[in-house]
Design a protein around this ligand. Structure first.
Ligand SMILES: Cc1cc2nc3c(=O)[nH]c(=O)nc-3n(C[C@H](O)[C@H](O)[C@H](O)COP(=O)(O)OP(=O)(O)OC[C@H]3O[C@@H](n4cnc5c(N)ncnc54)[C@H](O)[C@@H]3O)c2cc1C
Length: 527
């Protein structure tokens, strides 16, 4: 178990030479980290802010083939994603969970029933199993109370999957650390050094808290910094650049509209697909697709214009449903890194990933959360010519949990599955050592109180927002970001975080300010 304490190191403690350094602790960097450690390389991952701080905690949480890519003729992308979805469902039960979709078909706009059926047959064929069904008009009206009945013809249903995106990133990073990799959050890659032949030789990294910096030798730097990728490595073709596109979600309490599946519908304004979906005991509505003109160094926020667009779409599909922006409890925005050759309509830009390289500096950006492993393998393939032979390893047994003695309490099966999905076998065994009374939900969310002290003790919390927005997601799922719970959270974390009264006070104030600015319901006046 002591290997877990890799996680609590800082920049000054680590080795100063690696085979691979990865810049970026989103799902792309985390996936590369896990795969590279498994292959036996000496790997260091550096994240400028918190793990999953970027787009990877702000997605629509879908592990999906992407039906709309099929419509665009991207068969290979869809096929790869469907294959990855099936693999992730098997590999991470309790974290990646099956999810049903229903898509109403209207006579006056949107895809026809025939075209949907063709698309879904291909989708099922790719999954090697019939995963779609049809609903008559009366069945749709029963399944979606309040749905627009004018021009409603029928609906199609299909299966995909859902994940807690931030927890997927954290699991990849922490398991990679357990297997021998090193990862640091709040450590930014600020420069690279090359040798006389022009090959990458070292990386400069800065501790974002102390502002001290060090040089670390490496054969390869993999730049997985998402929408910021061009800051470290400009795209080689002058006319192509990363176009940051913002996608936003509004979050509502489940009590206002209990949903057991995603309602996928076409927005009447621009004919883009929009989703109303259940997640972690709440309901999310999203997403938008607009040029991101906010400061890239700050956390993105949902604008009033985006909120109005989403509410307009919802009102169109559910006209009899009494829901307004006043019911929204929180919001979240993320930035898609999309490589753009020439400006076209945002939603028509390609979502495929790109890999480009320059003598040991490999950049991988774009793509999807679902296909992170494909991105990882492509990046490592590009890095291979610069890498030494990895040491041979057999990690399969190491990652399997060891039985822990002295556990007196029993945990219900559902909770057991959820915890082992979110933390892996190892983390789950440690969690079981906390007091039985902590195994109860935080208010009406699915998060458990026990996850709070566990994260404080083992998961490299730099700020209160890391804990409430990414280790657990209660900052998104509870009204006012769960501000009323901060005192109990402090009591539970105190034994594990070396924060004095002044630091706690500062952290609470900073969290409340951040929540109001970037995660609260969108307000008339933008921050
Ligand atoms: C609204 C929205 C919805 C989406 N929905 C889905 C979905 O449902 N399913 C799906 O499969 N995909 C989805 N995607 C796509 C998916 O979320 C992204 O492709 C994926 O999260 C990108 O991960 P990343 O690791 O490349 O980037 P990021 O998650 O942004 O990670 C990059 C990291 O690099 C760090 N960084 C930046 N500069 C430095 C530096 N100099 N040194 C060190 N670190 C640095 C940043 O702090 C950041 O944490 C969605 C995207 C958006 C925007």
């Amino acid at each position: 178990m002591s290997d877990l304490y890799h996680l609590l190191m800082r920049l000054s403690d680590i080795n100063k030479e690696y085979d691979i350094i990865i810049a970026g602790g989103g799902v792309t960097g985390a996936g590369i980290f896990y795969e590279a450690v498994q292959k036996g390389y000496r790997v260091l991952l550096l994240e400028a802010k918190d793990y999953a701080w970027g787009t990877s905690s702000r997605s629509s949480k879908m592990v999906h083939g992407g039906l709309r890519y099929l419509k665009q003729g991207k068969f290979l992308l869809t096929k790869t994603a469907v294959k990855e979805r099936e693999r992730l469902l098997k590999q991470y039960p309790g974290l990646v969970m099956p999810l049903k979709f229903i898509m109403p078909v209207f006579g006056h706009y949107g895809p026809s029933k025939a075209s949907m059926k063709i698309g879904l047959s291909i989708y099922s064929f790719m999954a090697r199993e019939k995963q779609h069904e049809s609903f008559s008009r009366s069945e749709v009206i029963k399944k979606i109370p309040g749905i627009r009945q004018k021009n409603l013809i029928s609906a199609v249903g299909f299966k995909d999957a859902q994940v807690d995106d931030a927890r997927l990133v954290l699991r990849l990073i922490f398991e990679g650390c357990f297997l021998g990799g090193t990862a640091l959050n709040y450590t930014k890659v600020i420069g690279i050094q090359r040798n006389r032949k022009g090959r990458l030789a070292a990386v400069s990294a800065m501790d974002e808290e102390s502002l001290s910096s060090v040089e670390i030798k490496t054969k390869v730097l993999i730049n997985a910094t998402g929408a910021s990728a061009e800051a470290l490595h400009p795209f080689p073709m002058k006319k192509s650049h990363i176009r940051p596109l913002r996608g936003s979600h509004l979050i509502f309490p489940k009590s206002i509209f209990p949903l057991d599946r995603v309602i996928s519908f076409i927005h009447p304004k621009d004919l883009r697909p929009v989703f109303l979906f259940p997640w972690e005991g709440s309901i999310l509505l999203g997403t938008t697709d607009v040029d991101h003109d906010q400061d890239m160094k700050m956390e993105p926020f949902v604008t009033m214009k985006e909120a109005d667009y989403l509410m307009e779409g919802l009102k169109h599909i559910l006209p009899d449903f009494d829901l307004s922006l006043n019911d929204c409890i929180s919001s979240i925005a993320g930035v898609r890194p999309v490589l753009s050759k020439k400006k076209k309509e945002a939603s028509r830009e390609s979502r495929e990933h790109v890999v480009y390289k320059d003598k040991g500096l490999i950049t991988v950006t774009g793509g999807k959360l679902t296909t992170f492993r494909r991105l990882a393998n492509d990046a490592l393939k590009a890095a291979k010519p610069y890498l030494p032979k990895p040491v041979s390893t057999n990690f399969k047994e190491k990652i399997t949990a060891q039985p822990v003695d002295e556990i007196s309490h029993q945990i219900p099966k559902g909770i057991e599955k959820r915890l082992s999905g979110r933390y892996g076998a190892l983390g789950y065994e440690i969690i079981r050592q906390y007091d039985e009374e902590l195994f109860c939900p935080i208010e009406n969310t699915k998060s458990l109180w026990v996850e709070i002290p566990y994260a404080a003790e083992h998961e490299n919390i730099g700020h209160l927002s890391d804990l409430l927005l990414r280790r657990v997601r209660v900052g998104l799922l509870l009204p006012k970001g769960g501000i009323n719970l901060l005192d109990r959270i402090e009591t539970l974390c105190r034994p594990y975080l070396s924060w004095d009264n002044k630091k706690w006070d500062k952290e609470k104030k900073a969290y409340i300010k951040l929540w109001k600015t970037c995660y609260g319901p969108p307000r008339k006046k933008e921050p």
